[in-house]
Unconditional design. Structure first.
Length: 261
């Protein structure tokens, strides 16, 4: 199996000691094949963003192993090689407030050792694709949340990476741009690259993803192809079953139960 991502008993604690530590990620074994569109799902606080931070080298695991594009992320040389071949749209967007959009993308391109001509050409195309060409002279701090999200996505795409990590890429993005992003990502996977996506918009995941993993309270409770997980049902129904949301369906607000007479 040719894997873009593999983890072995990946675990992350938060706390001053093991006795009072919180297990944000607990013994997770991910297997993401190259060329797949992988949806990583879970409720708020399930461990999705923590997992992405470990996979991309932004956070060290407490224990376990991580392999990204065949590189061992515990090895400094291997981690550096992997980081040069991935693109990341993180939870906090990681933009520089006092740079313009073009300056932001130029900085990213230089970090990836792209030629000035390549940076300029790709920046022009990305700004036009995402509707930012008329906003490129503004500082990032002046951008709306949706505009920042688009610029962060452009930063992730600029180096034409083999693997994309996208943490909630559609949050705060308008419907037109959302469609453009979906089409772009589909084409990206069709050429053989890999996308690792987290999103709470299950309709989008169902339309885009070929494989899905579900994490609940730090533990990977399901990992399979989309069709295997759905089992003839909708992804939303299967997801709610896996996270145990059915048990909470009866909770209601007392004042909304009053019937006007």
């Amino acid at each position: 199996m040719n894997l873009a991502i593999e983890t072995r008993n990946l675990t992350r604690f938060f706390g001053t000691s093991k006795s009072d530590a919180f297990r944000a990620v607990d013994q997770v074994n991910l297997q993401v094949e190259r060329g797949t569109f992988y949806g990583f799902l879970g409720p708020n606080g399930a461990g999705k963003s923590t997992t992405i931070k470990m996979l991309t080298g932004l956070l060290a695991p407490s224990s376990g192993e991580i392999y990204v594009l065949g590189c061992n992320m515990a090895d400094a040389k291997g981690a550096l090689d992997a980081k040069g071949r991935i693109g990341v749209l993180p939870e906090d967007l990681a933009l520089f407030d006092n740079l313009t959009a073009r300056e932001q993308l130029t900085f990213v391109g230089r970090m990836h050792l792209l030629s000035p001509e390549t940076i300029r050409t790709r920046t022009d195309e990305l700004l036009a694709l995402l509707g930012l060409e008329n906003e490129e002279k503004k500082f990032t701090l002046e951008y709306s949340h949706g505009m920042k999200k688009k610029l962060a996505l452009a930063s992730a795409l600029l180096a034409n990476p083999d693997l994309l990590f996208l943490d909630e890429p559609f949050e705060g993005v308008d419907a037109v741009t959302s469609r453009i992003i979906r089409d772009t990502l589909k084409g990206y996977v069709e050429r053989g690259s890999t996308v690792f996506l987290t999103s709470h918009v299950l309709d989008v995941v169902e339309k885009l993803c070929s494989h899905v993993g579900i994490i609940v309270k730090g533990q990977l409770v399901e990992q399979a192809s989309l069709d295997e997980i759905r089992q003839g049902s909708s992804l939303e129904e299967r997801f709610l079953q896996k996270v145990g949301a059915d048990a909470e369906a009866g909770h209601k607000l007392s004042w909304l139960e009053d019937v006007a007479t």
